[in-house]
Design a protein around this ligand. Structure first.
Ligand code: R5P
Length: 300
C-alpha cells in the first residue's frame, strides 16, 4: 500500500506510515493566485493500493477539493484501489435540510467523494449514523469509544452527559460501555446561533460528569453545558470530544470554563494547544481499521 496525504494531514500520515511500514508517496499541493488548487503526485501508482488521508476540516472547502484532486490524480497515476481516510468529515452537521427545500450538504459531499472514484472510506465519529447511508461504497465509521476507551478510567459512579438531544445516541454508547448513568441537556439555538441551555434530564448533583460530544467548534455548546452542570451541583467535569474544530475564541473559552479535564483526539491537527487540552492519538485506531480492510481483501 502507498499513502498519500493532504497538506494539513502530513503528521498523521507519517505516524501511520511508520506504524504500518507503508511508504508515503510524495505529492505537492499549490495554490494559484485565484485560490485554485493544483496537486501533483511525484511517482507512478500503477496497480497500487492507495490510501489517501485527509480531514476536511478548516479550510473545509480547500481540504475537500484537495482530497478530490488527490483521488483523481491517484487514479490517473494507475492506482488499483483507493481508500480515503477522512478522520474529520466536514459538512457532517448538515445531514438534513435545515429549512424547507434546503440542501442536504453532507449527502452532496458523499456523492462527490464517491463519484471521483474512492473505493472505500474510513472515518471517525460521524455527526450522525445516517451519513453512512449517503454512501454506496464501503464505509467504516469508527466510534469515539475506540479512541477514548483507554483514558476513561476510574469513572465508576459518574454520569455520562450529552450536551444536546442529538448527541444522545453517542452518549448512550458510552454509558452502556462503562455501565454509567446517562443525562441529557435540553439545548436550543437562537437565531444568532447562541446556545441556550437550562434543563437537564437526569441527576447530576454531587456526581462526576463525563460530557461526550462529536465536535467542539465555537465551544459554546460544551462550555454552556459545563456551566449548567456546575449550577446543578456537578462535582468534577470531564469532556471527551472527538473533533477539535476550535473556531474563534474557543480555546480561551475552554481554558476559562467549568471543565476540569478536556480530552480531544487528533482527527484535526493543531500546531500548539494550551496544556488544558489533552490529545489522544487516533493512529492505533486507524491502523486496526486498515488491517481489517486488508484481511477482508485477502479473504475475498
Ligand atoms: C451539534 O449538534 C454538535 O454535535 C456539536 O455539539 C456542535 O457542533 C458544537 O458546536 P459549538 O462548539 O460551536 O457549540
Amino acid at each position: 500500500m502507498k499513502l498519500l496525504s493532504g497538506r494539513y494531514c502530513k503528521k498523521l500520515a507519517d505516524e501511520l506510515a511508520k506504524k504500518l511500514d507503508f511508504k508515503c508517496a510524495s505529492s505537492i499541493t499549490e495554490t494559484f493566485e485565484d485560490q485554485e488548487l493544483r496537486v501533483q503526485i511525484n511517482e507512478p501508482l500503477y496497480r497500487e493500493d492507495v490510501v489517501i488521508i485527509q480531514s476536511t476540516s478548516k479550510p473545509a472547502n480547500d481540504n475537500l477539493m484537495e482530497l478530490l484532486l488527490l483521488v483523481d490524480a491517484a487514479k490517473r497515476a494507475g492506482a488499483a484501489r483507493i481508500t480515503a481516510i477522512i478522520p474529520y468529515f466536514g459538512y457532517s452537521r448538515q445531514d438534513r435540510p435545515s429549512y424547507e427545500f434546503g440542501p442536504i450538504s453532507a449527502s452532496l459531499v458523499a456523492n462527490l467523494i464517491e463519484t471521483v472514484g474512492v473505493n472505500n472510506i474510513i472515518t471517525i465519529d460521524l455527526h450522525s449514523k445516517q451519513i453512512e447511508g449517503f454512501f454506496k461504497i464501503g464505509i467504516q465509521n469508527l466510534s469515539s469509544i475506540k479512541i477514548f476507551d483507554s483514558v476513561i478510567k476510574n469513572s465508576s459512579g459518574a454520569v455520562v452527559v450529552s450536551p444536546d438531544i442529538g448527541g444522545i445516541f453517542r452518549a448512550r454508547e458510552f454509558s452502556k460501555k462503562f455501565n454509567l448513568d446517562l443525562a441529557v441537556i435540553n439545548k436550543s439555538r437562537g437565531v444568532n446561533g447562541q446556545c441556550s441551555m437550562n434543563e437537564i434530564i437526569g441527576n447530576v448533583e454531587n456526581k462526576n460528569c463525563i460530557l461526550i460530544d462529536d465536535i467542539v467548534d465555537t465551544a459554546g455548546t460544551i462550555c454552556g453545558a459545563a456551566k449548567l452542570l456546575r449550577e446543578k451541583g456537578a462535582k468534577k467535569i470531564t469532556a471527551y470530544i472527538t473533533h477539535a474544530v476550535l473556531s474563534g475564541k474557543a480555546i480561551t473559552l475552554i481554558e476559562n470554563s467549568q471543565i476540569d479535564e478536556f480530552f480531544i483526539s487528533d482527527t484535526i491537527q493543531h500546531e500548539k494547544l494550551p496544556d488544558k487540552f489533552q490529545i489522544v492519538q487516533i493512529t492505533d485506531v486507524l491502523v486496526n481499521a486498515l488491517k481489517k480492510i486488508s484481511q477482508h481483501r485477502s479473504k475475498h
